[in-house]
Ligand binder design. Structure first.
Ligand SMILES: Nc1ncnc2c1ncn2[C@@H]1O[C@H](COP(=O)(O)OP(=O)(O)O)[C@@H](O)[C@H]1O
Ligand SMILES: [Mg+2]
Length: 235
């Protein structure tokens, strides 16, 4: 068991309204390399805030985050950008493919952004689409694909640059149950067969059995951990 990420007393408070909103409070969690970790909880429980803090998209108000034993809280904007671009991949509920690009072009573009040489991009982009079962439909535009197929392409795009970790915030919530389950199974396969590390949020209780670790959030706090063997100290 190798720890990839760890948080210590992580808090995010928003001061945008008349009252402060304590979105996550004293969150301590561990993300194990090559495992599938799920953060679950009802709407408003802090899942998005938590995954955004882990993915360096949101600055926590207090507490620490460690990535590969390095403290990433306190990094500059530029360093956070680099970290996200090189080491992290993101899948969103809204999917967010570029609509004028084919499935293939979306993945190839991600490789271009990550600085892959032109001669390696084609083969690897096709390979990534193959891994998510979308090779045959690689030349279709997003609008010509179902929601589930689009999300598969978005997943290929998220892992194409070989990040250390993929964050997926409610990637199934725009899909019907069957397609959602297929996406989750795909994540599971990527963890088991490709050794990827995936963190996913969901409010769907049916998805839990495929996860290696489950953290349950309620009102910004972790109320339940279904984890074992997570005692490795990151510090
Ligand atoms: N940018 C923000 N400004 C103010 N409040 C926010 C902001 N983002 C989230 N919140 C609040 O923080 C709490 C947790 O939100 P969120 O992390 O989005 O929960 P979830 O993803 O579990 O639905 C909610 O009460 C939400 O309204
Ligand atoms: Mg959310």
């Amino acid at each position: 068991m190798e720890v990839l990420m760890k948080t210590k007393d992580l808090c995010c408070t928003f001061f945008t309204g008349p009252e402060p909103v304590y979105a996550i409070k004293q969150v301590n969690l561990t993300i194990t390399r090559k495992k599938f970790t799920v953060l679950r909880g009802p709407s408003g429980s802090g899942k998005t805030t938590c995954i955004n803090a882990l993915g360096a998209l949101e600055k926590p108000s207090s507490g620490e985050i460690y990535f590969n034993n390095n403290r990433i809280t306190g990094l500059s904007e530029f360093q956070c950008d680099e970290l996200r671009r090189l080491k992290m991949g993101f899948v969103f509920q809204s999917i967010g493919l570029i609509s004028i690009m084919s499935a293939y072009e979306n993945v190839e573009f991600a490789l271009r952004v990550a600085g892959y040489a032109p001669d390696t991009r084609k083969e690897w982009a096709e390979q990534c689409l193959h891994m998510v079962g979308m090779y045959k439909r690689r030349n279709h535009l997003p609008a010509e694909l179902s929601g589930g197929e689009q999300q598969r392409v978005a997943i290929a795009r998220a892992f194409a640059h070989k990040p250390d970790i993929i964050f997926a915030d409610e990637p199934t919530s725009a899909l019907d149950t069957m397609l959602g389950l297929q996406v989750v199974k795909l994540f599971k396969e990527l963890v088991e067969n490709q050794g990827m590390t995936i963190v996913m949020t969901t409010h769907d209780p049916n998805i839990m059995e495929v996860a290696d670790y489950v953290y349950t959030l309620e009102d910004g706090r972790i109320v339940e951990e279904d984890t074992t063997m997570l005692n490795t100290d990151c510090k």
